[in-house]
Design a protein around this ligand. Sequence first.
Ligand code: TXE
Length: 481
Amino acid sequence: MTFLENYIAGELLPPVSKAYLGNVNPSTGIEYSKIPDSDKEDVEKAVQSAKAAFPSWSKMPKEKRSRVLIKLADLIEENLEELAAAEAKDNGKPLKLATRVDIPRASANIRFYATAIMHYASESHAMEDAAINYTLRKPIGVVGCISPWNLPLYLFTWKIAPAIAAGNCVVAKPSEVTPMTAYLFTKLCKQAGLPDGVLNVVHGLGPKVGAAITEHPEIKAISFTGGTITGETIARISAPMFKKISLELGGKNPNIIFADCDFEKAVSTSIHSSFANQGQICLCGSRIFIERSIYEKFKAAFVSKVKELKVGDPFDDNSDQGAVVSETHMNKVLACIETAKKEGGEILCGGERIVMQGNLANGYYIQPTVIDGLAFNCQTNQEEIFGPVVTLTPFDSEEEVLKYANSTKYGLASTVWTSDVTRAHRIASELEAGIVWVNCWLVRDLRTPFGGVKNSGVGREGGFEALHFFTEPKNVCINLK
Ligand code: TXE
């Protein structure tokens, strides 16, 4: 049994309480490691360590900060196999997905911000011959990063990379459901020569560790990805303390298929956008709207491909889908399927838990599920499920599909399939979402703004947006007369 440790002031430490929580492998349902059940005392130590590291890290030339981060990105690549296996075991996702996407992207995040900081310039505003203004951008100080379980190392690094590159020191909390790769990452930080205290990782529960980070008066900014309700709690606590917050929350993303689309491509990409990572990606398209003239054709082709998806051992190369992340989450998703049935939905395929054989018998597997016959405004089509479940709904006009697409409280991502360029622009402009993909899905350029509108969040990550978030601008006005 491995006992994970916190990473504070460059040291791997047990929690002050000496208490641990069990960490379960979702593909087997068996506990395989223990994680620190930390509390505010550990967070306090982490904050003091970050504070002590801040003066020298923030003043270190950015070329040097960049070099350390590049070394860290290289080390992730060198340890790809170990990290990918750890991610698959901790999260239940297929090893091939962790190997192809999660871990390379974690390395790319760090490399991206290691180089972005070298190109990060600030504005100057000349007032004819009266004065000239320039903007100084300074790191904030100690910042908090709280990340979720669906893309563990990928989203953990997506936050800490810009924070550290900009010269801040970080107190970070990975999800207690998937803590392993953040723990392994701390060892690489040491190896890369990241100065002690620049990154501190405190493991444990959201309401204890996450809350202590949010409430700490010396943590001046919080970057959070997770559920909308948790985001609301963080916003409520942070607002009266005037903290900067960046919140990436849930989604209920529309995937709109017009009759003039490239049919084969729309079907095959929709399989991916519906079920990748067992549907546990905030960008997954969970509501598929199909123009009525191709509804039956799309439904038949889509359902037949979904039935071919192989759910199985994450470590089996033939598995398209692994386990969902936890028993609690599996039960939540299964309850959502029951709700859909009560609302009159017809289960076209899936709908059940899968009980595997042998050592996987207690794992958390769900059949990829497709439902039709539901109203656009029923609970199933309004609330985030975050699992391998999608609904199909026909539409007759652009106006109607925009009404359906924009009807939820969320506004993260959306996908449109059409070969009509004018329509693509028109729909993209009218969709209430932070991200619109046309004839593709999950094509990501790290320079672009990433985030949602409405209850999907506040602020944007990605590119210079994240460096703006992790710095404070100061205008300096020089009199020219
Ligand atoms: O997320 P939580 P959960 C959605 C998805 C899912 C639902 C709940 O719909 O079913 O959220 O998932 C920490 N103060 N997404 O409960 O709890 C927690 O420890 C501070 C969408 O697992 O929000 C973890 O590190 N922090 C999503 C992180 O918040 C707190 C990804 C996220 O966990 C806290 C995940 C508190 N009071 C879930 N309570 C996406 N947008 O990608 C918890 N945390």
